[in-house]
Design a protein around this ligand. Structure first.
Ligand SMILES: Cc1cc2nc3c(=O)[nH]c(=O)nc-3n(C[C@H](O)[C@H](O)[C@H](O)COP(=O)(O)OP(=O)(O)OC[C@H]3O[C@@H](n4cnc5c(N)ncnc54)[C@H](O)[C@@H]3O)c2cc1C
Length: 398
């Protein structure tokens, strides 16, 4: 069994950013366990599906994405033994740690909706939430000229939940420009009583929804999908009668939860079906195992899960962990900040910044109207942020 001072499970947005920050704070012997050879920048998946980016721009070799001075174990974690300070690897090995950071992301639960897992293998169903299906989603939306298209957003925890809507606005703008929008019925299924949940953002999105003639089904969820017959059954999240819609294209975002292997460890709170790691939502330290930490999509924090949330979480966790290694108490606090940039056209974005109580929390406090539809936010989201991600965020510098 090898042993390291800090072991990080997952080399995604959270894992690399926090490992890079720890190294920059002078913490030696940080290793990341990550099975994939390619690192994926998921926020660009929406742009790919909407025809505004190439799939190749979303990935880079993991070796190039790794921050300098951080080790890489090319394997997957299969279990955690917090009583023995050890991670069990899929290959059968074990890795010991002084401190453990758990961030293997969130799992897409295709099987939780009857028929959906089979439907995504049929020609008219895709999802921009799965790397392997993003190009298919892009092609289906680009080639549609008439008929019915359904977009779905699941209830419960999800990564950047509002991202389920982004390809829809991009596609509507494209269909309008090519003169076919009037021949396409667009249906969007969302779980909440309004399209997002913050009045200022809802107003902006509702305006675009009216502009594009989208049929919004609020308080609704998918109950089943038949990929062969091209039908989807939608019902209220509170029960009651359901509605069946025949579609020509379906872009489905499935329900989500913590990875199954993580649910089977003792890290989630007892009784938490989602299986997320039970941390103090402010210090990001485990409530029962003081040398275990978690952040990102796999952590049971209260915020809306997003890469934007990680910009704050990585700093808090790295500084708290470094302090504990020096014998101090963790004093940094995460305030629940999160982000959802809605691509409401092919050149504008509604940039929602909010906290864990869904209150607007603009980074530039005196510019509250930054959350209105803007071209500047598009430039930031599509062009500046990807550069900042690859060169600064993943290196623990932003
Ligand atoms: C379509 C889409 C659009 C999005 N848009 C935005 C946006 O506009 N803005 C925004 O802020 N956020 C957005 N997000 C959310 C954002 O991408 C995630 O919140 C963020 O990537 C979470 O980081 P993470 O490190 O927790 O998980 P991930 O980045 O998913 O990384 C998890 C890593 O863990 C690895 N892993 C998995 N299992 C194991 C294992 N057993 N052992 C070891 N490693 C493992 C994976 O290979 C992966 O590299 C979007 C997400 C999607 C899917």
């Amino acid at each position: 069994m090898t042993h390291h001072r800090v072991v990080v499970i997952g080399g995604g947005n959270a894992g690399l950013s926090v490992a890079g920050r720890l190294h920059r704070l002078g913490v030696e012997d940080v290793v990341v366990i990550e099975p994939r050879e390619q690192h994926r920048f998921q926020p660009l998946f929406s742009h790919v599906a909407g025809g505004r980016a190439r799939l190749s721009t979303t990935v880079r070799p993991q070796a190039a994405a790794m921050p300098r001075g951080v080790g890489w174990i090319r394997d997957a974690a299969a279990g955690i033994e917090p009583e023995h300070d050890a991670v069990v690897l899929a290959s059968g090995g074990r890795v010991g740690y002084d401190h453990l950071v758990v961030c293997p992301g969130i799992q897409l639960d295709w099987d939780r909706i009857p028929g959906l897992a089979a439907a995504i293998r049929t020609p008219a169903v895709a999802s921009h939430y799965e790397y392997e299906l993003v190009a298919k989603a892009s092609r289906l939306l680009r080639d549609l000229r008439r008929g019915t298209v359904v977009f779905t957003q699941p209830p419960g925890p999800a990564k950047c939940a509002g991202a389920a809507q982004k390809p829809m606005y991009l596609a509507c703008d494209y269909w309008r420009a090519t003169g076919v929008l009037g021949d396409i019925r667009v249906v969007m299924v969302v779980p909440d009583p309004t399209v997002f949940g913050i009045p200022e953002i809802d107003r902006e999105l509702d305006r675009k929804i009216a502009e594009y003639g989208i049929e919004l089904r609020t308080g609704s969820e998918v109950q089943s999908v038949d990929g062969e017959r091209r039908t989807i059954e939608i019902g209220s999240t509170h029960g009651g009668p359901s509605e069946t819609i025949r579609f020509d294209v379906l872009n489905a975002v499935p329900p989500q939860s913590a990875p199954d292997w993580l649910k089977d460890t003792s890290l989630p709170a007892p009784g938490d079906d989602g299986g997320f790691v039970e941390v103090d939502p402010e210090t990001l330290r485990h409530v029962r195992y003081p040398n275990v930490w978690s952040l990102g999509d796999a952590a049971a924090t209260r915020n809306s899960k997003s890469g934007g949330a990680l910009r704050k979480q990585t700093k808090v966790l790295a500084e708290n962990l470094a302090a504990v290694l020096e014998g101090w108490e963790p004093t940094r606090r995460y305030n629940g900040y999160s982000v959802c940039p809605f691509t409401v056209s092919r050149s504008t974005v509604v940039f929602a910044e909010f906290d864990d109580r869904y209150r607007l929390t603009p980074t530039i406090p005196f510019w509250r109207t930054l959350s209105r539809e803007r071209r500047l936010s598009w430039l930031f989201d599509r062009h500046i942020l990807p550069w900042v991600y690859w060169h600064m965020i993943l290196k623990g510098r932003a």
